[in-house]
Design a protein around this ligand. Structure first.
Ligand SMILES: NC(=O)c1ccc[n+]([C@@H]2O[C@H](COP(=O)([O-])OP(=O)(O)OC[C@H]3O[C@@H](n4cnc5c(N)ncnc54)[C@H](O)[C@@H]3O)[C@@H](O)[C@H]2O)c1
Length: 409
């Protein structure tokens, strides 16, 4: 694949498409952009152009580089003009029938192109089968904002050829991205393994043990997470976060671990979606201040000796910072749930330990990967805590995958 001669195509030039086009153009690729709404293409080219100008102002790139990158972005009026592309990325609306029809059309227009989908929640295998060009359909899952987020999950569908996967991965790497390989499973790596960060936090508040700000503070202080789960979901949008949970949970056959939180769902029903509506887990004022907005009956935390010991020995190894018993409880319950989800994902062949760690650090800014944490804490202590927590619930959601339990004496 020579950088100079073969363009790439981007279809759907909204948030993600514009970001992907910027990423490829910045790396020297000619990018052909198509959208059913031609105005969106012009807007994307203009806004990406402005972003290049800002990079010049910040002295991150030269004026010549900016001009070159801008001139690499070409609007096309029909899909036929993508016939000479090496790779075509679709970032159109998240709808199976529309995406598969488009991929099918591209299969004949661009007979040698790798056809990449940026889907977050659809099956790459099913998209491939429905498009009749399954060997060339690959998942290339960028994160928002695409020019800044360093991670791309490359997803091989059931019938995707190894060559298509390699070509897509090599291109993403050539654009400066860190690539991880994920199997075609719900949520791939990041959107699955991150679920317990939100869900177990919501459940702690549902239990009445802590307020949203207490949970946020404990995870930032003891876990060194950049942002607490409640402030983060208020930024993402509670509706978007619930929709991802719902989709991953349903597609994985509804494991209790990943069941949506009643409290979070009720916020969405009340249109308390977070920052964008002024109220979510917090009430946000115009000056950027946030005050906890969820009132729950509180319930005193009472721990059995077994659970208390398990938490203390988990925290002793996991964190350098001391905290209150409540903070330790919050941190250890949430972190061990993330680790457990990573163990389940690995046991189901979603990705390697290394790729799961890389994905969680680069896709969600976690300070450590779940397997790095496990290495530091020790698997025995992780399992001890899971067993002790499992005794406090009636849905068995802290159960470790059988392969892990069996491997441990
Ligand atoms: N927004 C995110 O944070 C994010 C992150 C990762 C992946 N994704 C995925 O990326 C894709 C795009 O998401 P987005 O947020 O950029 O959406 P968006 O709504 O911002 O943009 C979608 C664009 O696709 C165009 N479009 C719709 N149907 C089309 C068709 N048949 N042919 C050509 N263009 C068409 C629309 O006009 C629009 O400009 C989705 O599959 C989404 O799941 C989104």
């Amino acid at each position: 694949m020579s950088q100079a001669s073969n363009p790439i195509g981007v279809i759907g030039t909204g948030t993600m498409g514009a970001g992907i086009a910027q990423t490829a153009a910045a790396a020297g690729w000619k990018v052909k952009l198509f959208d059913t709404d031609s105005e969106r293409v012009n807007q994307a080219i203009q806004s990406v152009g402005k972003r290049f100008d800002r990079l010049v102002e910040k002295e991150r790139i030269t004026e010549e580089q900016a001009e070159l990158s801008k001139s690499s972005l070409v609007a096309v009026a029909s899909l036929d003009e993508l016939h000479d592309c090496d790779l075509i990325v679709e970032a159109i609306v998240e709808a199976f029938d529309i995406k598969s029809a488009l991929l099918k059309q591209l299969g004949s227009i661009a007979p040698s192109a790798v056809l990449a989908t940026n889907t977050s929640s659809l099956s790459v295998s099913e998209l491939g089968s429905a498009s009749d060009v399954a060997d060339r359909v690959v998942g290339l899952h960028f994160f928002n904002p695409a020019p800044i987020m360093p991670l791309v999950e490359v997803v091989k569908g059931e019938h995707t050829s190894e060559q298509s996967v390699q070509r897509a991965a090599l291109l993403a790497e050539a654009w400066g991205k860190k690539v991880v390989q994920a199997s075609d499973t719900p949520g791939f790596i990041v959107n699955r393994v991150a679920r317990p960060y939100y869900l177990e936090s919501w459940r702690i508040v549902e239990d009445g043990y802590a307020t949203v700000n207490e949970v946020d503070e404990a995870l930032q202080l003891l876990g060194e997470f950049r942002m607490g789960p409640f402030m983060l979901t208020d930024l993402i949008g509670q509706d978007i976060n619930v929709a991802t949970t719902q989709s991953v949970w349903e597609r994985l056959d509804k494991p209790s671990r990943l069941a949506p939180s009643h409290l979070q769902t009720s916020l969405v029903e009340k249109n308390h979606l977070g920052k964008k509506t002024g109220r979510g887990a917090y009430a946000h004022d115009d000056n950027g201040n946030a005050t906890p907005a969820i009132i729950q009956d509180s319930c005193e935390l009472e721990l059995s000796d077994v659970l208390s010991n398990a938490i203390n020995s988990f925290c002793l190894e996991a964190t350098c910072t001391s905290g209150t018993p409540l903070a330790k409880y919050i941190f250890s319950r949430v972190l061990v749930s993330i680790i457990n989800e990573a163990l389940w994902a690995k046991s189901e062949g979603v990705a390697s330990e290394q790729d799961i760690d890389t994905a969680m650090k680069l896709g969600t800014n976690y300070p450590n990967g779940p397997f790095e944490w496990t290495e530091r804490i020790g698997m025995e202590k992780v399992l001890e805590l899971l067993v002790a927590l499992n005794q406090t619930v009636d849905d068995g959601r802290f159960e470790a995958p059988p392969s892990v339990s069996l491997a441990t004496p």
